[in-house]
Design a protein around this ligand. Sequence first.
Ligand SMILES: NC(=O)c1ccc[n+]([C@@H]2O[C@H](COP(=O)([O-])OP(=O)(O)OC[C@H]3O[C@@H](n4cnc5c(N)ncnc54)[C@H](OP(=O)(O)O)[C@@H]3O)[C@@H](O)[C@H]2O)c1
Length: 230
Amino acid sequence: MKKNILLIGGSRGIGLSVATLLHDTHNLFIASRTKGNLDSLDVNHIHFDATLEKLDLTLLPQDIHGFVYCPGSINLKPFKMLTSDNFESEMNLNFIGMIKVFKTVIDRLADKSSVVFFSTVAVKKGMPYHSSVAAAKGAIEGFGKAIAAEYATKFRVNIIAPSLVDTPLSKRLLNNDKKKEANALRHPMNRIGTPDDIANMVVFLLSEQSSWMTGQVIGVDGGTSTLNVN
Ligand SMILES: NC(=O)c1ccc[n+]([C@@H]2O[C@H](COP(=O)([O-])OP(=O)(O)OC[C@H]3O[C@@H](n4cnc5c(N)ncnc54)[C@H](OP(=O)(O)O)[C@@H]3O)[C@@H](O)[C@H]2O)c1
């Protein structure tokens, strides 16, 4: 039987890599504001804005075996330049939007299903100019672990905390060779991540191969959160 996987965001970036890896072997339901680069893949696309709409359950199968929430932000600014509206909108996209859609679909999650959320390396490791995104992703880590405990016998919940990955979201940090090189050198392995580096972990967490993993925050970050090589 093909598993039904719901990806919120899968039109580009890490979500698109997940869709590319899974579309042949899974039934993919991808909910995002645009269809992006999904045209060549065999997926069910649902127009959906996680900050504005309720997901239409009639478009989804009765049993969902995997749920992934991809929308996120990188809004790096000194704290003094951030307004409370900045904090609110980042919280809305990363966390409140996630809560709302997760609440909508939770009764469709099949026994032994798998849920994947995204955090950032900047929660475990304090980084300047990351206060708003670290706050929003910190909420995801706390929520994800609490839900993993509450539903431990029903479904698994794990959280991936990447460092910098080359996707449309990070393009302003990587839009010339100098920035690319400087960012690569900030990582112990001297490179930034590719969407597939992260998508491979998503695929693993959605599969039975990770069936004894829940409530974990997994750093896929080239060693950034734990190594100091300087
Ligand atoms: N890239 C990095 O360096 C990095 C680092 C640490 C953590 N992360 C986290 O990893 C996750 C994936 O990142 P990414 O780089 O792949 O992001 P991305 O390139 O911005 O892709 C995000 C996906 O989510 C969808 N999306 C965005 N806003 C949405 C909304 N309001 N409603 C529905 N769908 C929405 C986008 O599609 P549409 O635009 O078509 O809606 C897109 O498919 C995020 O949570 C991010 O915070 C990324």
